[in-house]
Design a protein around this ligand. Structure first.
Ligand SMILES: [Zn+2]
Length: 377
């Protein structure tokens, strides 16, 4: 029925329900396709997470297509106009959970690799796929784990294209060259509970910390750069009080998050801490780094990608670092040039997730063009 190999494969992937960390047999299907074209298949499954490392060739440079087969839950089924796991085409759009994030990119990458290798069975380097079923979840036993294994045995990725949906209004209009980091803080301010009529016998943690929170919100952390917006801090949770009108609370808890460009993270923490040190607060601060930042400067991969996009769709992509975190953060620290390039992101994680069918062939062609520019013998 479908006239395009990428559409065929995307349909097969979307039809396999794979809510994190379940892979639903997606990687099995992809590994069969890759093995048939000469890729060495290596499973790196751990703790219920399915991970595939498939490599063609031994020479450097190594270009890796990376991505995830897991999807987020569909949400309210009655809000979907068709079954999220029975892909359907309506009015030129392919509907289904994972259509945009990111089963269409995986299909396009595999078809691009097949057609490239059919033309160049001896590429000038190697080609690999790094697939995981743990990207939308904890992301501990997925790409991070595979990268640890590869690093331990000295297998090095030079260029990596992550298939995250990066496009905004038109296919290929934006590529991500990095992501901001994400740092979470849990604050606890200790006071002394008491009666509101006897404040001298209590110590109100709300009053104590209010000026510091105001300073925290007003602080200018940096000016940003050409590639990154300024560091931002948002307080996301604030709790104190027992619900009664006449009780001064004994403690206050809060949570806040910083989004930041690559920098010395310890220094950033110290700057936050310094604000709390100022007025004799009794407090505890617990930090969790939920995402490392990364940045890929303009080099061979971005140049090849710009040309590929220009050749296929005829316009120039915008380079961006916005959005949440991605698995690129685990690949970039090894020195690889990492970008994210994929279909339109307007419907990701929403009900009725969809991707224009007409974008599947050009997306495949863009990936194939990147291979031509990096690995053509
Ligand atoms: Zn994704």
């Amino acid at each position: 029925m479908a006239a395009s190999p990428t559409l065929d494969l995307a349909l097969a992937l979307i039809g396999r329900p794979s809510i994190t960390p379940d892979d639903g047999g997606c990687q099995q299907l992809l590994s069969q396709r890759l093995a048939a074209h000469g890729f060495r298949i290596e499973w790196m499954n751990v703790a219920g997470v399915t991970n595939l490392w498939a490599r063609y060739g031994d020479q450097a440079p190594l270009l890796c297509f990376a991505g995830h087969t897991d999807v987020v839950p569909p949400g309210k089924l009655t809000d979907w106009h068709s079954d999220p796991f029975s892909p359907e085409i309506r009015d030129g759009l392919l509907y289904g959970r994972g259509a945009a994030d990111m089963k269409s990119s995986l299909a396009a990458m595999v078809v691009a690799a097949e057609s490239f290798l059919a033309q160049h069975p001896k590429p000038a380097g190697s080609l690999a796929f790094l697939l995981t079923s743990d990207e939308e979840g904890a992301a501990i036993n997925g790409t991070r784990w595979v990268m640890e294994q590869l690093n331990a045995r000295g297998e090095r990725i030079d260029y990596c294209v992550v298939g995250e949906p990066s496009s905004r209004e038109r296919l290929g209009d934006q590529i991500k060259q990095g992501r901001r980091g994400s740092l979470n803080a849990r604050l606890r301010v200790i006071g002394k509970q008491g009666h509101v009529a006897y404040p001298h016998l209590a110590d109100n943690p709300i009053h104590r910390v209010a000026p510091t929170l105001a300073r925290l919100c007003a602080e200018v952390w940096d000016q940003g750069s050409e590639a990154f917006p300024p560091t931002s801090l948002q307080i996301s949770n604030l709790q104190a009080g027992v619900g009664a009108e006449n009780v001064i609370p004994g403690e206050l808890t809060a949570q806040f998050n910083l989004r930041f460009a690559p920098q010395d993270i310890e220094r950033l923490k110290q700057r936050v801490q310094a604000l709390f040190e100022q007025n004799g607060l009794e407090y505890q601060l617990e930090w969790t780094l939920s995402g490392e930042p990364f940045f890929t400067a303009e080099g061979a991969l971005i140049a090849a990608t710009r040309e590929a996009i220009r050749t296929v769709v005829g316009y120039e992509p915008l380079l961006s670092t916005d959005g949440g975190t991605s698995d690129g953060r685990f690949i970039a620290p090894t020195g690889a040039e990492v970008i994210e390039l994929g279909p339109l992101n307007a419907t990701i994680h929403k009900v009725n997730e969809a991707v224009p069918v007409a974008d599947l062939e050009p997306l495949t062609a863009i990936y194939a063009q990147i291979l031509e520019r990096i690995l053509q013998p």
